[in-house]
Design a protein around this ligand. Structure first.
Ligand SMILES: NC(=O)C1=CN([C@@H]2O[C@H](COP(=O)(O)OP(=O)(O)OC[C@H]3O[C@@H](n4cnc5c(N)ncnc54)[C@H](O)[C@@H]3O)[C@@H](O)[C@H]2O)C=CC1
Ligand SMILES: O=C(O)C1=N[C@H](C(=O)O)C[C@H](O)C1
Length: 234
């Protein structure tokens, strides 16, 4: 496959190594606002910055190139991206986290939320820890975890901070510590005990492998998909 990397930072470089090891060719390495001809690629993988993700994705969809995006912090335009994908009969996957482990963790989180939904003595909170170069907070993964809880309980919103302003909200603490690739914890605390589920990424290889697998999977498909479709998780 001929792959365009839209964003050639920490993730772009990690994806390049894995893509080459799986027999693919990198035909574009776009960083910042370079002019590119996206039509030379079979598929594009966007791991850029929040302000550029939508333009990168639109350029692909407008030129009939399927696109995978892992960039977080741009979701105010997600519905526009889905609309454009449908209008152009394109292929598009956004995932806040491409690692297999986190996608299993997302399902575990939903199951746990269902079980906890009637147990009012337990108070939920979330914590995410990332490296100090991260631009957005809370992380996209923490937002997906919060959405999984909201779908399965009476919680209505997430809120940044240690304590939420309403019982209906899920408090999310975002910590920034040098070199941490990504740690997410969901905690249910009561007076008598604590239940906690946690995912710790040891490096960026899992995110990068998931993105390449998604790029391989989307070739020849039309529609807006998720990592759950790619991994066939039920
Ligand atoms: N979904 C997932 O599994 C994961 C998502 N991420 C997200 O991916 C994004 C990138 O992460 P990193 O590689 O760690 O960041 P990074 O800062 O190392 O790389 C981003 C690169 O994008 C470049 N860039 C700026 N404007 C651009 C444009 N118009 N077009 C293309 N590239 C442009 C920057 O120069 C930079 O080199 C972040 O939003 C991060 O949260 C990171 C890891 C996993
Ligand atoms: O910026 C990062 O590094 C990461 N971003 C994603 C997020 O916002 O959830 C995924 C992963 O945790 C690493």
């Amino acid at each position: 496959m001929k792959i365009a990397l839209l964003g050639y930072g920490r993730m772009g470089k990690e994806i390049e190594k894995i893509a080459i090891s799986r027999g693919h060719e990198i035909v574009i390495r776009k960083d910042v606002n370079d002019n590119i001809d996206i039509t030379i690629a079979d598929v594009a993988i966007d791991f850029s910055v929040p302000i550029s993700a939508f333009d990168n994705i639109s350029n692909c969809l407008n030129n009939n190139v399927p696109v995978i995006s892992g960039t977080t912090g741009w979701l105010d335009k997600y519905d526009d991206a889905v609309r454009l994908c449908n209008e152009k009969n394109g292929g598009f996957i956004y995932a806040s986290n491409f690692s297999v482990g986190v996608n299993i963790f997302f399902e575990l989180n939903k199951q746990l939320a269902k079980m906890m939904s009637t147990l009012e003595e337990y108070k939920i909170s979330m914590e995410e820890i990332h490296h100090t170069k991260k631009l957005d907070a809370p992380s996209g993964t923490a937002i997906t975890l919060a959405e999984g809880v909201i779908e399965n309980t009476t919680k209505e919103k997430w809120e940044l901070g240690e304590k939420s302003s309403s019982e209906k909200n899920i408090p999310i603490v975002a910590k920034r510590i040098p070199d941490i690739p990504g740690t997410h914890t969901v905690t249910y605390n009561s007076d008598v005990d604590t239940i906690e589920i946690k995912h710790t990424a040891h490096n960026r290889k899992g995110f990068a492998l998931g993105a390449v697998i998604a790029a391989e999977w989307i070739i020849g498909k039309q529609g807006n998909f998720s990592m759950k479709d790619v991994l066939n998780i039920s």
